[in-house]
Design a protein around this ligand. Sequence first.
Ligand code: NAP
Length: 242
Amino acid sequence: MKYALVTGGSRGLGRAICIRLSQMGVPVLINYQSNEKAAGEVRDIISAGGGQAQLMQFDVSDRQQVCDVLDEWEKQHPDDYIAYLVNNAGIRRDNVMFMMTDEDWHSVTDTAIDGFFYVTRRLLPRMMMRRHGGRIVNMSSLSGIKGMPGQTNYSAAKAAVIGATKALAQEVAPRGVTVNAVAPGFIETDMTKDLPQDQLRELVPMKRFGRPEEVAALVGFLCSEEAAYITGEVISINGGLL
Ligand code: NAP
C-alpha cells in the first residue's frame, strides 16, 4: 500500500494537506513535533471521513529521531512504502539581521532544510526502488523567492528548499519520482496570526490571505497521477502578491 507522510501535519497547511490526501484515498502519516492534541484532531477528522491516518511524532531536524521512527515504521510495514512525501514542517523566528541570534538562525534553517534533507534521504531508496512513481512536495515560500526584510533566516531556508527541489528533481526523474516546491504568500494559519493582517491584506492584489485548503488543493494536484510530468517546478500561490 502507498502511504503519504506530511511533516508538520498537525496544524495549518499540513493539517489541510493531510485531510486532502486522505480524501484522495491515501492513508496518511501525520507527523508533528510536540502538539499531539492537534495531530490527534486531524486523525479523528480523517477517520470520521472514512480515511486512514496514523500519528508519527518526530522532530524533522533531528536525524536520529527521523531515522529511528521511520526504521520502525518500515519494519512494521514491509510491504508498504511512503510514496507521497510533503516536507511541510516549518517555523518563523523573525528579526532584523543585526539582532538575530544564533538560535533564531539555526532553528529556522535546521527545520526547513535539514528537515527536508533527513526525511527525504531516508525515504528515497524505497520510493525509487518501487518504480510505481513517487511524489515529493516541498513547502517553500514567497520569502524564498523574493526575500523578506526581517526574515533573512527564513528567506535563506526557503530559497535553499527551492535549489534542493530543482536538483533532486533531476536526480530522481528517471525513477518516475517528481519533486516540486510550493511557494505560498500569506495564508491564514497559526504562523501568521501575530502579523498585522489588516495592513498586509492591502498588499495582496486579491485583498485577502489564502486559506490552507487552497494550498492543500495544489499539493493534492501535485501528488496526483495527472501531475506525473510536472517536476522541478516552484508553484506560487499568493493571491497575486509578487
Ligand atoms: P503552523 O501553523 O505554525 O504549523 C507548523 C507545523 O509544523 C506544525 O504542525 C508543527 O508541529 C510543525 N513543526 C514545526 N517544527 C517542526 C519540527 N522540527 N519537526 C516536526 N514538525 C514541526 O505553520 P503553517 O503556516 O501551517 O506553515 C506550514 C509550512 O508552510 C511551513 O513550512 C511554512 O514555512 C510554510 N509557509 C507558510 C505560510 C503561511 O502564510 N502560513 C506562507 C509560506 C510558507 P506541532 O503542531 O507539533 O508544533
